[in-house]
Design a protein around this ligand. Sequence first.
Ligand code: GTP
Ligand code: SPV
Ligand code: MN
Length: 642
Amino acid sequence: MTPQTTLSDAIESTIASLPQHMQDWVRKEADLCKPDSVEIITGKADQIIRLENELETSGAYTRLDEDVYGKRCFYARSDKNDVARVEERTVICTEDPVDAGPLNFWANPEEMHGKLDKLFDGTMKGRTMYVVPFVTNPADSQFATAGVQLTDSANVVCNLYRMSNLQDGWRILEKQARFPRITHSYGTLSKEDRWITHFPKELYCRTINSDYGGNALGPKKIFGLRLVGIQALENSQKKSQPDEDVGIELVEHMALFGIDYGDRRVQFGAAFPSMCGKTNIATGVAEGPMAQYKVFTLGDDIIGGATKKGDGRLYVNNIEAGMFGVTRGMSDFANKMLMEALRNPKPEVQDCEGGPIFTNQVLVDNNGSKRVWWSESGEDFPQGDGITTYNWLGEQIDASAEEKDQKNARVTMPIRNVPNLDSDYSNSDGVPLDVALIGGRSSKLHPLISRARSWNEAVYHALCQFSEPTAAAVGQKPRYDPMANRPFIAFNVSDYAQKWLDIPKKTPKPPAVFSVNWFRRDDDGNFIWDGFGANYRVLDAAVRQLDGKDAWLETPIGLVPKPEHIDISGLKYTTTNEQLAEILVPNKEALKSEVANREGWLNELENGLETGSEGRGAPKKLPQAIWDEHEAFKKRVEEYTA
Ligand code: GTP
Ligand code: SPV
Ligand code: MN
C-alpha cells in the first residue's frame, strides 16, 4: 500500500517512474525533505550539461576557458567553513557500540534518526531533490554494487557524474533488490548541525549541512569505503576456504597502479592516509634509472577485490570512475599524467563525463579568459597587464597575499582523461595485486622502505602506521592510522585487524606487504628524500627484493635495503650515501619511544581512547597475534638500541 503523503502530483508521478522496489523509500524521503520537485538522474550527459548551465547562471560555477582545459570545465568556491571532511561529525549508528569500535563516533540508531528527522524536515524546500543512481566500477564485475543517492545539490550531481559510474547505475539497480541508500542535503551548511551518519544494518546513510567531497559524495567514502567495507568484512567472515566465492572481500583506501617492465607488469596498491601521496604515486612518471619503464594508472583512492577461484591471488579494481585530487603540489614534476589530462582532455570524455571541476583555487581572469592557479604548481603567480586574480574566498589579491588557494583545494575529473590509464581499469575480473604498500607521513621514525618478516608482523606494523596531520580533515593531530583507513573503517578495529590476519587463510597467495615513507625530514624540517618520481626507484628495489636479487638488512621495523640497492644519481635532496643511509633505517631515538607509543595505542584499541573517547563506540579485545608481534617488536628494539 502506498503510504499517505502530501506530495504534489508531479512528484508522485516522477516517483512512480522509478523501479518499484525503491518508490516507497524515495516517497518517504521526499515527504520529509519537502523539495519543490524531484528529478531522476538518467545517467545521460545532456541532463548534466543542463545542470552545469544552471549552476553557471546562478553564479555557483564559473566557466573556465575552453582553450585551456577543454569543454565543460568549471570553478567553484565552497563555503569557507566547508572545506574538508569532518571526522568529529562522522558517526556509525549501531545497536551495539562495540560494532562501531573505539575509533568511530557512535550513536544509537533510533536516537540519531530522531535528531536527523528534525534536521531533514523541510530541508529541500524551494529546491529539487535529485535521485542519483550509481554503481561501483566496473559495473559488470562480480564485486560491483549499486546504490542510490538523493541530494538537493546540483554541484554534487555534477561531481558524481565525473567521479562514479552513474551511466550504468539504473541498469544494475533494476535487478538489485537490496540497494544501499544515501540521503544528502547541503541544508544550511551549518557547521554545528553537520552530520555524516551511517546505519549499516539498514544499508543507509544520511548526511547533512556539507557539500564537500568526503562528506557529500555518497559513493566515495560513505558508501565505497564504509558501507561496502562492512559488506566485505561480513563476506570474508563467511568464507571458510580459499575457493569459495562470497563476493567482495576487501575494500581499502588504496591507490592502484603498476610498473610495466616490458616483459612483466607489477601491480601495486598504496594505502597512504588522506593527502599522503596516493594520487601522486598513481599518476607520476618514473625518472632517472627508471625512466625507461612505464608507470600505469588504475585508480587513486579506493580499491575493492576478492580472491580468484583456483588461483589463490587477490584480484582488485578501482571502484571509482574519477579522481578527486588535491591541487596544491600538482605539477609536471609531481604527477605529470594529471597535468597532461588537464592539458589534453579527450573530446569524447569532455562530451560525456565532462571537464574538470576545480574548487577553492585562485581564479585568474586574463582579459576575460578564465583559468585557475594553485600553490606549488611550478608556475609563478600570474600577474601583468589585464590579469586579475581572486583567492578562494573571492577576494581580489596579488602575489603578496597570504591567503591564495585553500590547502585542501581539489579538482574532480573523470579518470578516462588520464593518458596512462591502463586498459585493465575496466577489466571486470580486476588485476592481481602483487604488492601492498602501507605508508604515512613520518618525519623521523619510519625508514624509506621496509618489509616485515612475516604476514602477522606486516599486519602489526600496518596497524601501527603513524602519520602526521594534513588538511584533508578538519582539526587533525598526529596519530596512528591503521592501513591508512582510520577514518573509513566503519566497524570495530579489532575485527579489522583479525580480517587482515586471516587474509592468507582465504587468499593463499596474498600480496607482499612493504611499509614506505616518503616524508623523512632533517632537523630543520626539510624533506630528505626527493619523493614523487624518485619513489619508483624505491619500488624497483622492492621488486628486486621480492625476486631474491637483493638481500636486505634486519631492523626491528623490518628488512631494509642497503644504500647500494637504491640508485640516487641525479637526485636533488638525497645527494649523498650518508643521507640515504640515514633514511634507510629507523631513527634510533624515535624507535625507543615508539615501543611505549605503540603499547599505548594498542591499549587504546583494546580499552578505548585515552582522550576524546566520549561519544565513541566501545572497544573489544585485539587478536592475540597482534600482542605477540608487539612483544617481538619490543625485544628487537631493546637489542637494536642497546
Ligand atoms: P587524498 O585524495 O586525500 O586521499 O590524498 P592522496 O593520498 O591522494 O594524496 P596526494 O597524492 O594528492 O598528495 C597530497 C600532497 O602530498 C600533495 O600536496 C603532494 O604534492 C604531496 N606529495 C605526494 N607525494 C609526495 C612525495 O613523494 N613527497 C613529498 N614531499 N610530497 C608528496
Ligand atoms: C580523503 O580525504 O581521503 C579523500 C578526499 O580522498 S574525500 O573524498 O573528501 O574523502
Ligand atoms: Mn582519500
